[in-house]
Design a protein around this ligand. Structure first.
Ligand SMILES: [Zn+2]
Length: 290
């Protein structure tokens, strides 16, 4: 009996270590290729950009919802690179999975910046696990620190009504979270999005000068390009056209969710799990008027 359970335990241990071998590490900090001072901090399936300058660090999303260790790890990773103070934390948008847990940054004296509507939402919800922004952006703001320029742009409503595009003009990099998934279908987070305005905001991003996009989730681990934004526009146009037809035929919600398919995008990450939620959101738009 005892020998059997030891044997079972040994088998279990081998199985666990084989599974662990295939898992990416819990977190990683990566310097963006070709830059002197731009980093991506990933914790599980979320990631944030930070920029190191001689006068301090500009950090973004704390990504600490229900996992305070993500935030302390983020700060530890920054401290391994520089002793300069963390001067700013900038929120990409108001969703909790990206902005919760920033208190340790606040304790270090960082100034929190977000779009005006992000602050309004967070104040209305009186959430105590998200640091309320100290300063807000309406349409545009430029932060300069230690020789680095970071532009904050509001390009309209899309995945949220508070999404900022953060652009580093010298590096031709942007950091944009959730509203430009890279060859991936967002779901079920599309529930509170703005389908009728999303495409216009993507066109504004296309018109900006940049080469590479740092996303807020790994999406397979690469940076995005303008080609990815064009592909996403193609996806939304196809989805919108097909759901409009279904809505006009009275098929929203259930029949549309079962029948509408976009096989040309079936290889995108999250397609199988996410297409029904995407159809549901566009049924709200074409079938109900918003
Ligand atoms: Zn979001």
């Amino acid at each position: 009996m005892r020998r059997t359970s030891l044997f079972a335990a040994a088998i279990a241990a081998v199985t666990v270590s084989a599974a662990q071998a295939q898992q990416p590490p819990m977190f990683a900090t990566t310097k963006v290729e070709g830059t002197d001072n731009v980093y991506v901090f990933r914790y599980q399936n979320h990631q944030a950009m930070f920029v190191v300058t001689p006068e301090g660090v500009i950090a973004t999303d704390p990504i600490g919802l229900a996992r305070p260790q993500a935030v302390t790890t983020y700060i530890d990773e920054i401290k391994k690179i520089t002793n300069a103070p963390i001067r700013y934390v900038i929120y990409s948008h108001h969703h909790y999975d990206h902005v919760a847990g920033g208190q340790p940054f606040k304790a270090l004296g960082a100034t929190f910046v977000a779009h005006r509507r992000a602050k309004e939402r967070l104040e209305a919800l009186k959430t105590d696990h998200v640091v309320t922004p100290d300063e807000t952006v309406d349409v545009e703001r430029t932060i300069t620190l230690g020789g680095t320029t970071l532009e904050l742009h509001y390009v309209g409503r899309n995945h949220s009504d508070s999404s900022l595009v953060m652009r580093l003009p010298r590096e031709k990099l942007i950091f944009a979270v959730d509203f430009i998934p890279i060859q991936a279908i967002s779901a079920p987070g599309i529930i509170d999005s703005f389908p009728g305005e999303w495409e216009a905001s993507l066109r504004k991003v296309m018109a900006m000068e940049w080469d590479r996009l740092i996303p807020g989730h790994p999406y397979g681990g690469r940076l995005g390009t303008k080609r990815d934004v064009e592909d996403l526009l193609g996806y939304f146009q196809a989805l919108s056209d097909e759901v409009k037809k279904a809505a006009d035929a009275g098929k929203c919600w259930d029949a549309a969710e079962k029948e509408v398919r976009l096989p040309q995008f079936a290889s995108w990450m999250g397609y199988e799990q996410g297409i029904a939620a995407n159809i549901r959101r566009f049924c709200g738009y074409w079938g109900r008027g918003f």
